[in-house]
Design a protein around this ligand. Structure first.
Ligand code: GGG
Length: 339
């Protein structure tokens, strides 16, 4: 089967890390019996400057048509691009793994997944300003809380069977109160899963103090956004952090980080976040289309990343001296067995 992939390079370092990831995709198509039709679309700050729109209709339609989407980081237009796409396509589960890979300066052992509700909370976009006041409305619904809890349970069952619900229900009594209540109710349907809960402030401390105590963190939109940067740093750096925005039958994969304008164009950005996003996409497509070859490819790609890291094939943020595109080229060689 040929998979149509919508690809948005994005802003800042997005085009550079895309080039490296595309090199990896090229090797995979050469080395395995899998095939992709990549179609490029614009979105983000540069797109806004060029076309007058941060998220043009053509991009939205391209994403709708594709089997899956890969998106690079965007800058100041995140609310008009990624936050909008999540709501538009109901990509309700933001799956953000944080785990140690060899050769990184990890703070501590970590192997967890943040399961972030992706369509509501403070990111719903209900913000108003008037008379010297700014007001934001936090929306938490039973429907969205229940389905994200179900997603957390699904993942926990494949792992250590432990879910930590992260909230701030002692202060945000109604919104976090509902999230906690519904998440607990949904998770109670899975007696084999150990469920506990933590306030978000305590969780942010525990992520540094004893990150190995977490398996699945289930949380609301903004808390998940913040905690996933922290977890990525514990694992060795934001440049390794990939994520999936998953809906019923659509998915978009992207690095967790932003567009890093300070290093854009210098050829030193870390593309592993984008390459690991590819790996997550392969896994999702494989499961969805029962494609054993692609599932195998996702495992092989991860093993090649591990091999590359062990060989010191790293960008400066990880203590290496490789350039962005060289990571793609070296992985290309490793995948095709000539590295
Ligand atoms: N600090 C990481 C970063 O800038 N991420 C991009 C971002 O803000 N994305 C919005 C989101 O994931 O909700």
């Amino acid at each position: 089967m040929k998979y149509e992939i919508a690809w948005i390079k994005g802003d800042g370092i997005g085009p550079e890390i895309s080039e490296a990831a595309l090199k990896v995709l090229e090797a995979i198509e050469k080395g395995f019996n899998v095939s992709f039709d990549v179609k490029f679309y614009l979105a983000g700050d540069d797109c806004l400057n060029i076309t007058g729109k941060a998220l043009p209709e053509e991009t939205v339609e391209g994403i709708r048509r594709a089997h899956a989407t890969i998106k690079g980081p965007v800058g100041e237009t995140a609310a008009d691009v990624i936050v909008k796409l999540r709501q538009m396509f109901d990509l309700y589960a933001n799956i953000r793994p944080a785990k140690n890979y060899p050769g990184l300066n990890a703070i501590k052992d970590i192997d967890l997944i943040i399961v972030r509700e992706n369509t509501e909370g403070l990111y719903k976009g209900f913000e108003y300003e008037f008379d010297g006041k700014a007001i934001g409305i936090r929306v938490i619904t039973e429907r969205a809380s229940r389905r994200i809890a179900r997603e957390a349970a699904k993942l926990a069952l494949q792992r250590k069977k432990k879910v930590t619900i992260v909230h701030k229900a002692n202060v945000l009594r109604k919104t976090c109160g509902l999230f906690r209540r519904v998440a607990r109710d949904e998770l109670s349907k899975y007696p084999e899963i150990e469920v506990n809960e933590m306030y978000v402030d305590a969780a942010s401390m525990a992520l540094i103090r004893n990150p190995e105590s977490f398996d699945i963190i289930l949380t609301t939109n903004m808390f998940g956004d913040i905690l996933s940067d922290e977890a990525a740093q514990v694992a060795g750096g934001l440049g390794m952090a990939a994520s999936g925005n998953i809906g019923e039958d659509m998915a978009l994969f992207e690095p967790v980080h932003g567009s890093a304008p300070d290093i854009a164009g210098k050829g030193i950005a870390n593309p592993y976040s984008m390459i690991l996003s590819l790996k997550m996409m392969f896994e999702w497509l494989a499961n969805r289309h029962n494609d054993k070859e692609l599932l195998n490819v996702s495992k092989i790609l991860e093993s090649k990343i591990v091999e590359a890291l062990k060989k010191g094939i790293k960008t400066p943020d990880l203590g290496g001296s490789y350039r962005t595109i060289d990571i793609g080229s070296r992985l290309y060689d490793l995948i095709l067995g000539s590295g």
